[in-house]
Design a protein around this ligand. Structure first.
Ligand code: PAF
Length: 285
């Protein structure tokens, strides 16, 4: 496995492979790799001949007061996971390499950014969209892989790629969960054992929403109430939001009559956790 730090060298490597007809997969990450990232890499290896993992803690997607300073950074362990998973290139650039002096561009998808996560993390998605666009321009991958846990992010990137007619397929892969239901996330390691136990309420609340729908509840307000009621039973958790939304536009729904996404975000101590679950109601039922 090659570790590349320079965007220019990465682009040269990708261009050469592209000319040879090699199918390239990109897995963008911020490091602190875990089972969720490993599953994205494995998925990439199924459909691509060469896999690049980018590892960059992007300062532009952290708001002031967020965890940029303490975000886990461990290149050595990440490189070893990538090696084990058969990654071809690990791209680990510096801040100056990504945002050289004079960098003045930002990419935004306003209609998909301001709701839900955007209410709590104002410039987050602009930071994500900017860095992902930069990575896509550098690598020009055939496929790019994201986890479904960051649902709003995956919808926004799919929109961005379609709108800019980038020649990359966005592949959204299933959320990987711990056996007790907690969605795997780099931020889980901040949780104390007590807080980790409390964090389980998030997936429990979403499942309560899902079972309300399965029992025939169609009013989105009532499905949302079912989720909030469960979340509020956990004294260590604070609810940021629970939403019943259209899976493509992320607009809130009033009734659950077709494909729907249930989204939730809570805070446990200083840790913010997000999760989601898809609901499939046959149209008209
Ligand atoms: O999901 C993440 O880890 C980040 O938002 C991403 C896509 C790597 C952009 O920095």
């Amino acid at each position: 496995m090659r570790i590349i730090r320079s965007p220019r060298l990465l682009a040269q490597w990708a261009d050469r492979l592209g000319r040879e007809g090699v199918r390239i997969g990109l897995v963008p990450t911020m490091g602190a790799l875990h089972a969720g990232h490993a599953s994205l890499i494995r998925r990439a290896r199924l459909t691509c001949d060469a896999v690049v993992v980018s590892l960059y803690v992007n300062p532009r997607q952290f708001g002031s007061g967020e965890d940029l300073g303490r975000y886990p950074r461990r290149l050595r362990a990440d490189a070893s996971l990538c090696r084990q998973e058969g990654v071809d290139v690990l791209f680990a650039p510096s801040d100056e390499a990504i945002y050289p002096p004079g960098f003045a561009t930002s990419v935004s998808v306003p209609s998909l950014s301001w709701r839900w996560e955007g209410q709590f993390r104002r410039s987050h998605f602009e930071g994500v969209a900017t860095v992902v666009t930069k990575l896509l321009c550098l690598v020009r991958p055939d496929d790019v892989f994201f986890g479904r846990k960051d649902y709003q992010q995956s919808v926004l990137i799919s929109r961005l790629v379609a709108d800019l007619t980038l020649r990359t397929r966005v592949v959204v892969c299933p959320t990987i969960r711990e056996p007790d239901g907690l969605a795997v996330s780099s931020r889980n390691e901040y949780l104390s054992p007590r807080h980790r136990q409390a964090a389980l309420v998030l997936s429990r609340a979403l499942r309560a929403g899902l079972s309300a729908v399965r029992q025939g509840v169609r009013e989105a307000r009532l499905v949302r109430q079912a989720m909030v009621r469960v979340a509020r039973q956990e004294p260590l958790a604070r609810v940021d939001y629970f939403a019943v939304a259209d899976p493509d536009t992320l607009e809130p729904l009033t009734r659950v009559t077709g494909p729907t996404i249930l989204l939730g975000a809570i805070r446990v101590g200083r840790v913010r956790l997000i999760d989601n679950v898809a609901v499939r109601v046959p149209r008209g039922r």
